[in-house]
Design a protein around this ligand. Structure first.
Ligand SMILES: C[S@@+](CC[C@H](N)C(=O)[O-])C[C@H]1O[C@@H](n2cnc3c(N)ncnc32)[C@H](O)[C@@H]1O
Length: 259
């Protein structure tokens, strides 16, 4: 798939193929909003958007949908503009905007849905997360949904390496260390290419691991009226849970509604 000499954007392409399923997320966010408010979600802000694959898929999914993507890193946004926004037709590209900014910055318009994928919001410590959640609440419409992808379970609190074979490469998720006092998890993504070449530390993260009750308390304190945990089922789909699952590893979404 990717030759021995990696080009600048290849790690982004590998990341998307390894961990992103934007069609599934577009369907999920639209359904969660529709079920709660009885109306279609039209505007989306994708925070920590990286290449903005979800924002791009959102505008493609419906002619009335618009999306913004927000990321601190101009390099990853440039990749998104080149590979995802450039190929869109004029109508679609007029309905999407990418901004280099901190996700805590208030945007000058409001949205039906704001989402943060792949645990990105857990990069923040409690103070920063509180600021983010309050700002996101202010940037939602009166009927708004904040959807935070969440991972949990005891396995998230120990070093490990998981290898996942993908189409033409292997994706390796390494939890390098976990500090019980600070609750910081240091993690790294590596790729093994078809010719055996290792792309080590293609991405590195430092996450703060919270349990569901703490997360729910922070989200509620930011002003959200209804805060639900939607846990991914083994065979696909999501189930609402009132408690954190006992499983060693689980994933899902925090669905926080303004009302
Ligand atoms: C885990 S990636 C998420 C990529 C993609 N959205 C996904 O769901 O897989 C995290 C991204 O967050 C960005 N980021 C980190 N801190 C940020 C902040 N305070 N505000 C906005 N973006 C930030 C990084 O530049 C990186 O592109």
């Amino acid at each position: 798939m990717v030759g021995r000499r990696l080009k600048a954007g290849d790690r982004h392409r590998l990341y998307e193929a390894a961990v992103q399923t934007p069609e599934v997320e577009v369907e999920l966010l639209g359904r969660a909003y529709q079920e709660r408010f009885g109306a279609p979600a039209l505007s989306l802000r994708e925070d920590f958007c990286g290449t903005a694959l979800l924002a791009k898929t959102w505008v493609e999914s419906d002619d009335d949908r618009i999306a913004w993507g927000i990321d601190l890193d101009p390099e990853v946004l440039a990749y998104g503009r080149r590979h995802h926004i450039g190929p869109l037709d004029e109508d679609e590209s007029d309905r999407i905007e990418l901004r280099a900014a901190d996700a805590r910055t208030r945007s000058e318009r409001t949205f039906d849905v704001i989402t943060a994928g792949n645990f990105s919001w857990a990069l923040f410590d409690d103070d920063a997360l509180g600021e983010y959640l309050t700002s996101a609440h202010d940037c939602l419409e009166d009927r708004g949904l904040l959807a935070l992808e969440i991972f949990g379970g005891a396995d998230l609190r120990r070093p490990l390496v998981h290898e996942h074979p993908k189409d033409g490469f292997d994706y390796l998720w390494e939890q390098v260390s976990y500090d019980e006092e600070t609750r910081r998890l240091e993690a790294s993504i590596h790729f093994r290419l078809a010719d055996g070449t290792m792309v080590r530390d293609a991405f590195r993260y430092s996450f703060e691991v919270r349990d569901w009750n703490e997360t729910r308390a922070l989200v509620t304190a930011a002003g959200f009226s209804v805060v639900e945990l939607w846990v991914e089922r083994d065979g696909g789909g999501f189930a609402r849970k009132s408690e954190e699952p006992a499983a060693a590893a689980w994933s899902g979404y925090v669905m926080a509604f303004t009302r």
